[in-house]
Design a protein around this ligand. Structure first.
Ligand code: AMP
Ligand code: MG
Length: 414
């Protein structure tokens, strides 16, 4: 049985994250069309099937010729053919000859230079025309050799890479239509509380609109997971277990909000204990978000976030995001930058603090961060307009405006 009310030590954030991640791994990899790969993680390396370009091609419009024939301004060549994109010229170019060529067209055999079209005087735009050189070309210039960009057989994408629009373009160019991907994890999102009404309903006295599930569903989707709505569990024993067990889809992770504290109306911990599985009930050494539950229901890992909207959102950034990344076959580590404080901060206590803040960058690239005046964890209005969190270590001494602090940028989508 967890020590619900007792004097448990506060667990450092990094340790909590480690423990949460230790139990998570992705599902079964499968072969998917590149069109469905956006944001998903590659399960295997991808080797180029094609070189890019496959054959040497021209980078400019002009004339393909032999550099040895073009040593002096005024040299005249004879146009013997045309090579356009998709319509290569198939002969072999000989001494004194030029082939009209366009961007992306294959360089004719025998040619080793491109004379730009603005550097010649051509008697006509047809074969047999004489082409007089006004600028001496250099061998190889404006020619993209075969394999310039990618060589067939090279690993172009490593397992573990998150697919993006530009990586999809690369894999497509290199001859792929499908790649092996880890599946998107299904993340059940459950709210708890007698005071909650579903979005769209007008709250009565003592009621509030449940916003955490809306936030977390959007969050899960933005992180590459599939949110599964588990509804609202009312504040009575067993309600949360019933909701989870009637999930419409198999789940890889359950996220709950609220009911995580030690009050008589908080049932998440007792429900987990009664489900007969391992439970870690932690008070995390962080603010916002001290009550955080880690456990399992029927073998499915569960993350119990605090109920206050800002606490659950900040905890989602710190714990849920790396959890989804791990379940998706990838990884996520929040990136910290250093910025100058815009105003003074008092000494910090034993909890790592995540202060809602505004980060600005001046024309010289200097970062300044201004903490919001109010840091109440119920204030979604302030969180919604913040773009960063100042991360203050436990027992950080007082700080003055101009001092350096660590800052975590908030993802604009989260
Ligand atoms: P709890 O941890 O259940 O005591 O909740 C802490 C605070 O968060 C209370 O003020 C709740 O009303 C609020 N809260 C809990 N769940 C939600 C939710 N789904 N949406 C918005 N606020 C919530
Ligand atoms: Mg509650």
């Amino acid at each position: 049985m967890p020590n619900k009310g007792g004097s448990q030590e506060l667990l450092p954030v990094a340790k909590a994250r480690e423990r949460i991640l230790a139990g998570l791994s992705p599902g079964q990899a499968d072969i998917c069309h590149l069109a469905d790969s956006m944001g998903r993680v590659l399960a295997s390396d991808v080797a180029a099937r094609l070189s890019l370009p496959v054959e040497p091609v021209s980078a400019m419009d002009g004339y393909a010729a032999r550099a040895a024939d073009c040593g002096a301004v005024g040299t005249t060549l004879t146009r013997i053919g045309e090579s356009a994109a998709g319509r290569p010229w198939t002969g072999t170019l000989g001494a004194g000859q030029a082939v009209r060529i366009f961007t992306g067209a294959v360089i004719p055999d025998g040619a080793d230079c491109i004379i730009l079209q603005e550097d010649v005087d051509a008697s006509a735009e047809e074969d047999g025309a004489s082409v007089s050189i006004r600028e001496v070309p250099r061998a190889g210039r404006f020619i993209r050799p075969a394999g310039l960009d990618v060589t067939a057989g090279d690993i172009i994408l490593a397992a573990g890479t998150v697919m993006s629009a530009r990586l999809i373009a690369l894999a497509t160019s290199a001859g792929h239509t499908h790649v092996s991907l880890w599946p998107r994890p299904h993340v059940g999102v459950l709210s708890t509380g007698d005071e909650l009404v579903t979005p769209g309903e007008t709250p009565g006295r003592g009621q509030i609109v449940s916003s955490n599930a809306t936030y977390l569903s959007a969050f899960v989707r933005a992180c590459g997971g599939v949110p599964v709505d588990l509804g609202i569990a009312r504040d009575r024993p067993g309600a949360m277990l019933e909701q989870v067990r009637s999930a419409p889809l198999p789940l890889d992770l359950i996220v709950t909000t609220g009911g995580a504290s030690v009050g008589v109306h908080d049932h998440v911990v007792d429900d987990l204990s009664s489900s007969g599985t391992e439970l870690g009930f932690w008070k995390i050494a962080m603010r916002p978000g001290k009550p955080l539950i880690h456990g399992q229901i029927d073998g499915i890992p569960l993350l119990g976030l605090p109920g206050n909207p800002v606490s659950s959102a900040v905890c989602a950034n710190i714990f849920l995001r790396p959890a989804i990344a791990r379940l998706s076959g990838g990884s996520y580590e929040p990136e910290l930058v250093t910025a100058r404080l815009g105003s003074d901060l008092p000494e910090n206590d034993q909890r790592q603090d995540y202060l809602r803040s505004t980060l600005t960058v001046d024309i010289e690239g200097n970062l300044t961060v201004e903490p919001a005046r109010k840091q109440d964890s119920s204030m979604i209005g302030i969180y919604a307009h913040a773009n960063a969190l100042i991360v203050r270590p436990a027992f950080d001494p007082p700080k003055s405006a101009g001092d350096a602090v660590m800052v975590m940028r908030l993802d604009p989508l989260l």
